[in-house]
Design a binder for this molecule. Structure first.
Ligand code: MG
Length: 272
């Protein structure tokens, strides 16, 4: 049996955008499902690549949408990156370039503008100036490793598409020969660190997301069970396309929305 009898030895890891909210407006069934999971004594966490808000701001925004979430349950790419840095670069010199808040990185290392042991790239934005990127380029040329909070290429805004971290990362790495470590979804590093933060083995965790590749299949590759919801960015064509792709995987489960999760988990876990 992959799952312990104790319900506290099980967990649900939720993607946020497109599963629980869209533009911070609640999706149907989210509040009821979150309450049900908590009542069951099953552990919860919320995994997001968002770099523009801190975990505290995300918990507040979810609360305003009627979703009762504790800040300790929010696992941002910045928080995962902080965990990674403490493990691999504890006490070392870290150069951070991000347009987002650095609060979730925490401490346990020294942030510097010269002679770093590692470079961290967060969310892109106006802070990614020619000077700032050139400095990172010089560090990478000197052989300094780079850790990226995520490798998204772009995001959509009301004003149009905006270039994201992955686009810069590709060029920096191609020009310097450095292979980056990427932390956020779909990297297995982030999923495993999220399971660690829940105190669970990945096999005891169900990942729920609206992105068939970056949430669901990537979670399955990391050892979790995957549930795809037909909300948010879900497209039937994307689901159809995965059947013959490089993962060789299809989602473990597909449901119409997060409101269907209690019924599914009761069957999967044999809860009554
Ligand atoms: Mg999503």
């Amino acid at each position: 049996m992959a799952f312990g009898r104790d319900r506290r030895e099980r967990g649900v890891l939720f993607d946020i955008d497109g599963v629980l909210v869209t533009s911070w407006e609640p999706l149907p069934g989210g509040a009821e499902t979150l309450a049900w999971v908590r009542e069951q004594g099953v552990r919860r966490a919320f995994l997001t690549n968002t770099t523009s808000k801190t975990a505290a701001q995300i918990a507040q925004a979810l609360g305003a949408a009627g979703l009762d979430v504790d800040v300790s349950e929010i696992v941002t790419a910045a928080r995962l990156t902080g965990e990674y840095l403490r493990t691999r670069y504890g006490g070392r010199r870290v150069h951070v370039l991000t347009d987002g808040p650095e609060d979730d990185l925490g401490d346990g290392f020294e942030t510097v503008d010269a002679d770093p042991d590692v470079v961290v790239l967060g969310g892109a934005g106006p802070a990614f100036t020619h000077d700032a990127l050139s400095r990172v380029f010089e560090f990478l040329l000197a052989g300094v490793p780079v850790v990226a909070m995520h490798r998204s290429m772009a995001w959509a805004t009301a004003q149009g598409q905006r270039i994201d971290t992955g686009l810069y990362l590709e060029g920096l790495c191609r020009a310097t020969g450095v292979t980056p470590t990427v932390i956020g979804k779909p990297s297995p590093v982030g999923f495993r660190t999220a399971a660690d933060l829940m105190g669970l083995d990945p096999s005891a965790v169900v990942m729920v997301g609206d992105d068939v590749r970056a949430d669901v299949l990537a979670g399955q590759v990391a050892g979790m069970r995957g549930v795809l919801v037909r909300t948010g960015k879900f497209r039937q064509a994307a689901l159809d396309a995965v059947e013959s792709d490089e993962f060789g995987l299809v989602p473990d489960y597909v449901v119409d929305g997060v409101g269907d999760l209690p019924g599914l988990l009761m069957r999967v876990w044999g809860l009554t």
